[in-house]
Ligand binder design. Structure first.
Ligand code: PLP
Length: 375
């Protein structure tokens, strides 16, 4: 096959939901039941997900962003508090901090695209209420170190595990370490639904009680309001979809890990041009994104796209350099690792519907790209 003949799509949704009969039959049952706000379907999903990741309580929400806002509130974040996180994440991590009334304080990332745990202590102040590490790209930060720093200082850890359903550190799942943790079920996350969805996970009975009430107007029953809440409930329709996707999650993660391993192997030896992050033994990544750092990144991405490979960039501008961040007073040079990565990072498609052949073709394209210009 000629080099130009490869087609590798970034989205897998058409294939994932090519056969929807099972989903539709579950949905018919839901429609018959008329339980369209919370109710038994949502409860069944919450229980199933709690069992899967090994936590006591799961409280589902409308979006991952809502899950983050609720998790921060349940961890005690109040207006004027500071929350420590990274500048290389999806905007929602920081948007949620601000929505909870707090001030985001950034810490640079490391060569694995995760928060640099060694730089956290210097960012802690009297106002720090929460450390919010992100499982960026579906890989995990050094939670052992982060938890010990937080413990020592009496600060809570809230995991942004939005992209990381199925990721593990040792035997424990991402989103089961912090006091209260958030997940997303956006279509492009490992556990996905037909629209938006999210979950908060916690072992704390007190946090769970607050979350269940707050998510549903603060209503303890139809006539009694414990405190002012909001409505950010998961739609039962999405719980139906989530339950079926959850049944296949281990398979999906296994295939993504195989694809990532093949890409890692295919790109090895090219380190002068394109570098993949260290993979920690003992950790299992969910590979929501397969990231690498590439020289001549923009040209590489343009070339890949022109040849049919839907490469992406997550993200070209770190959050501390966004217009929205101006009131925080950061400047270029404050987070050199994140800034350098923003100029080099590339996302290669590696999802569960990509074949070994497609991966070989992608690797060939990348090898040719660097071979040509260096001669
Ligand atoms: C996807 C994502 C979110 C937000 O989730 P939504 O469900 O889209 O609101 C937050 N943080 C990170 C790191 C994410 O990847």
């Amino acid at each position: 096959m000629r080099e130009g003949g490869v087609k590798v799509k970034y989205s897998y949704l058409a294939e994932q939901f090519a056969n929807v009969e099972g989903y539709f039959s579950d949905l018919r049952k839901l429609v018959k039941s008329g339980e369209f706000t919370l109710g038994p379907t949502v409860e069944r999903f919450e229980k199933k997900f709690a069992e899967y990741i090994g936590v006591k309580h799961v409280i589902s929400t409308n979006t991952g962003t809502d899950a983050l806002i609720l998790a921060l509130k349940a961890a005690g974040v109040k207006p004027g508090d500071e929350v420590i996180t990274v500048p290389n994440t999806f905007v929602a991590t920081v948007g949620a901090i601000v929505a909870a009334g707090a001030r985001p304080v950034f810490v640079d990332c490391d060569d694995r695209f995760q928060i640099d745990a060694g730089k956290i202590e210097k960012a802690i102040s009297k106002r720090t209420r929460v450390i919010l590490p992100v499982h960026w790209a579906g890989a995990s930060p050094d939670l052992k170190t982060i938890l010990s720093i937080a413990d020592k200082r009496g600060i809570a850890v809230v995991e942004d595990a939005c992209p990381a359903v199925g990721a593990k550190i040792g035997k424990r799942f991402a989103g089961s370490f912090g006091k209260v943790n958030a997940f997303s079920m956006h279509p492009l996350k490992p556990l996905n639904v037909w629209g938006d969805g999210g979950m908060v996970a916690t072992d704390s009975d007190e946090a769970a009680k607050f979350l269940r009430l707050y998510r549903n107007h603060g209503l303890s029953d139809r006539d009694h309001i414990e405190f002012w809440g909001v409505n950010c409930r998961l739609q039962p329709v999405q719980a139906v979809v989530a339950m079926r996707v959850l049944d296949g999650i281990e398979t999906l993660i296994r295939i993504r890990n195989r694809n990532a391993r093949l890409l890692d192997q295919g790109l090895s030896g090219l380190e002068a041009h394109i570098r993949t992050p260290r993979r920690l033994k003992g950790n299992r990544e969910a590979f929501q994104l397969y990231l690498a750092c590439a020289s001549r990144r923009d040209e590489l991405v343009r070339t890949l796209i022109a040849k049919g490979v839907e490469a992406k960039i997550h993200y070209p501008i770190p959050l501390h350099l966004q217009k929205a961040a101006r009131p925080l007073g950061y400047k270029r040079g404050d987070f050199p690792v994140a800034e350098k990565q923003a100029s080099e990072v590339v996302t290669l498609p590696s999802h569960q519907f990509i074949s070994e052949k497609q991966i070989e073709a992608m690797v060939r394209l990348i090898r040719n790209f660097y071979a040509k210009k260096t001669r």
